[in-house]
Each structure stands twice: as structure tokens, then as C-alpha cells.
Design a protein around this ligand. Structure first.
Ligand SMILES: [Zn+2]
Length: 250
């Protein structure tokens, strides 16, 4: 059994049109977003989901509260003791601080690795800003990489599930807690509204994959409250605060 925390390390002002696919009258309304990493701890394991981003590598619009590894440390876990870093996908804001968890094995879906290192991602202009060559070199270094295909149990009570949609090899993480099965969806849903309104964001790899992911998220979670989106500021209000940067999900 795990305790699970969300750590919000940064925020950004935005517009609804940047976060929901398709033009409508609400396009220009403000729509703030948040940047998270997640920490799952058991008696024997310390697992971080997504590495997050560091200020020196980030666009100016992103306002930092802390660095991802400082956020982990603020919950009493030494980043050097993190044994596993699950990377939900390889967008720059989920891989940038991977080197700050120096002992961690990295769990990546093979389809995600193959997409970002293959010929197509380099040719698609809209993918360029989401991709960091130096991050890919770090997180895909073979000595600490655990490539997985589809579903895989990382440890008892903690598994990953390939869904695609947002990216070619997007994966969910499912964690067993005192409240039941939690699904850390990361960017399979950026906001709870994506799921509730059945409306994706504009950054996506496959539309059928997006909707299959929404269905899979609901199947894997024990309740709607235990579904944790990737960039939703409301996560900080939905769960009890346990410090300046973190909430306890379960
Ligand atoms: Zn993403």
C-alpha cells in the first residue's frame, strides 16, 4: 500500500483556447494551469511519477514555486533515495529534471521511446517545442532504462498502463492506497474537465487514443475522486494540503 502526493512545482497563466481543442466563444477566457510531479511511497519503495521541469530550461511564462526535487524533499524523501521514476510520456515538462533522481530506474513505454527517437517526430513542426534532445539522451540512457510494453507491474500495488492518445506511448500509473486504486493520469487528461466534458486538449497524437484513454482511466480508478489529472490547478483544492507545494491524494 502506498501514500500518494501531488507536488505542484509551477503555474502558468493561460487561455481556454490553449487548453481545449476546437474554437468556441470561450477561447479567450483565462485558464490557469499547474505543473506537477507525483510521489508514491510504501514501506519499501519511493516512486516518483514524472520528472518535471527546472527553471533554467523553462519558458518564461512558467512561474516556479520550487524545483521538482525540492518538492519531493519537502515531503521527507531524499531524491537520491527514489528508486523508480515512471515517465508517463516524454514531453519536455515531464522529463527535464530526471537527472535530479540519480539512483532511479526510468520506466518508459517502448512505443514512446520509439516515437521520439524515430524519424517522424523530427519532421512534425508542432512536436519540436515538446521534445528535448538532451532530456531524451538522459532518460533513455540504457543503463537505467526499463522499457515496458502495454501493462506492467512495477511493484506490488503499482502498475503502468499504455493508453496512447496524448502521445504515442502515453501511460497511466495505477497505485493501491488506503482509499483504493488511484489513477495518476498525468497528461492523458490535463484537466478534470477533459474527462467530464469528453473534450480533449489540442496537443495530441491520436484522437481515438484520447477517448480510449478516458475509458481506461475510469476503468482503473476506484472512484472519480481518485483520478488525478496532469495540469489541473484544482488538484491543490481537492485534496488536503501537506505543505506549501503538496497535497496528499491518499
Ligand atoms: Zn504532455
Amino acid at each position: 500500500m502506498y501514500t500518494v502526493h501531488a507536488i505542484r512545482y509551477a503555474t502558468r497563466e493561460g487561455l481556454r483556447g490553449q487548453h481545449f481543442l476546437g474554437y468556441d466563444d470561450t477561447w479567450a477566457e483565462p485558464h490557469p494551469t499547474a505543473y506537477y510531479v507525483w510521489l508514491a511511497v510504501s514501506d519499501t519503495r519511493a516512486v516518483v511519477l514524472d520528472a518535471g521541469l527546472e527553471p533554467d530550461r523553462a519558458p518564461a511564462a512558467i512561474a516556479f514555486d520550487c524545483t521538482p526535487h525540492e518538492g519531493v524533499a519537502s515531503l521527507g524523501v531524499d531524491p537520491a533515495d527514489v528508486d523508480t521514476l515512471v515517465l508517463s510520456h516524454l514531453h519536455y515538462d515531464h522529463t527535464g529534471a530526471a537527472a535530479r533522481f540519480p539512483a532511479a530506474r526510468r520506466v518508459v513505454q517502448r512505443a514512446e521511446r520509439d516515437y521520439w527517437t524515430g524519424p517522424v517526430a523530427k519532421r512534425i513542426t508542432r512536436e519540436h517545442w515538446l521534445r528535448s534532445e538532451s532530456d531524451l539522451a538522459t532518460v533513455l540512457a540504457p543503463d537505467r532504462l526499463d522499457l515496458v510494453d502495454g501493462e506492467a507491474e512495477i511493484a506490488p500495488g503499482l502498475s503502468v498502463h499504455l493508453v496512447g492518445g496524448h502521445t504515442a506511448g502515453m501511460q497511466l500509473t495505477r497505485v493501491w492506497t488506503a482509499r483504493g486504486w488511484v489513477v495518476l493520469a498525468s497528461d492523458a487528461i490535463h484537466f478534470t474537465e477533459n474527462l467530464e466534458q469528453d473534450r480533449p486538449g489540442p496537443i495530441l497524437h491520436s484522437m481515438p487514443g484520447i477517448y480510449a484513454a478516458y475509458d481506461r482511466i475510469r476503468e482503473l480508478a476506484d472512484s472519480a475522486e481518485l483520478i488525478v489529472p496532469g495540469h489541473d490547478p484544482q488538484v491543490m483544492d481537492r485534496f488536503p494540503r501537506v505543505g506549501p507545494h503538496a497535497v496528499r491524494i491518499a
